[in-house]
Design a protein around this ligand. Structure first.
Ligand SMILES: [Cu+2]
Length: 276
């Protein structure tokens, strides 16, 4: 019986881990609310079931000779409750799932007056490359985004399948070689949160984190200029070196990026497939 409260606590902790308790943007906030509503709906069944399990076990214990032994019974009222309540919960959950799946579709651009910032994400062993095509810069293991401006991510992998995840901003999306996936996020307050790979990818996987810093527009522009001035240049040749497996790779800045690098990374795999 002692296991039941423990199970409930474990369940609540899992829910708290899945839905970040401190969202930094509207997508993560809606995801958290959705999880909490679904969790609350499940409690409508869970709380009575666990309470009655304990109560029945105690009431009908072998030593309680006062309790009635009545194996043959039926109750229409109870049947109606037992079927209608879960059916209503499932109906509400189904409606919630349908509407929020469309509303929170990671491919759906975020509505805003400000045009989105485009960032190309490349999963490497075991680090992340971020290319800013509009600014012509790139970084490794550091993602800087402007506050209040939607960010449109194009995601791919130069290695095995990875999963791109910034818990405080929104859901995870897979990064796959030869393919391009999409994600739209928005940070609505400045600050630094963490991002990670959530798909096991080998030896360096546990250290494959990166910092995500949201800066006000002016500070963001200043940062871009700083990277342009101080960063090296990222060519296809340099990329080959960068792509070699490494663990705990420090932050790199590239002040210029060879045109079409992201496309080239994807095409390495697709042309090989087509040639077969
Ligand atoms: Cu899958």
């Amino acid at each position: 019986m002692a296991a039941i409260p423990l199970m409930l606590i474990a369940g609540a902790c899992m829910a708290a881990d899945l839905v970040d308790v401190d969202p930094s943007g509207p997508i993560a906030l809606r995801e958290r609310d959705l999880m909490l509503v679904a969790f609350g709906l499940m409690l409508i069944v869970l709380i009575p079931v666990f309470t009655m399990t304990a109560w029945f076990a105690w009431r009908y214990r072998a030593t309680n000779i006062q309790a009635n032994y009545a194996p043959d019974w039926s109750s229409t009222r109870l049947d109606v409750i037992v079927w209608l309540v879960p059916a209503a919960i499932v109906a509400v959950l189904a409606w919630l799932t349908w509407t929020s799946t469309h509303r929170l579709n990671p491919y759906k651009p975020i509505e805003s007056d400000i045009p989105p910032l485009s960032i190309q994400v490349v999963a490497l062993d075991w680090k992340w490359l971020f290319i800013y095509p509009q600014q012509g810069i790139a970084t490794v293991n550091q993602l800087v985004i402007p506050v209040g401006r939607p960010v449109s991510f194009d995601i791919t992998s130069n290695t095995v399948m990875n999963s791109f995840f910034i818990p405080q901003l929104g859901g995870q999306v897979y990064a796959m070689a030869g393919m391009r996936t999409e994600l739209h996020l928005l940070a609505d307050r400045p600050g630094t949160v963490f991002g990670e790979n959530t798909q096991y990818s080998g030896r360096g996987f546990p250290y494959q984190h990166f910092e995500v810093t949201a800066k006000p527009a002016a500070e963001f522009d200043a940062w871009i200029n700083d990277v342009k001035k101080r960063g090296g240049s990222l060519t296809q040749v340099h990329f080959e070196t960068l792509a070699r497996p490494s663990i705990r790779e420090p932050v790199h800045w590239f002040g210029s990026v060879e045109n079409g690098l992201f496309k080239h990374i994807i095409n390495q795999f697709t042309t090989a497939t087509q040639a077969q």
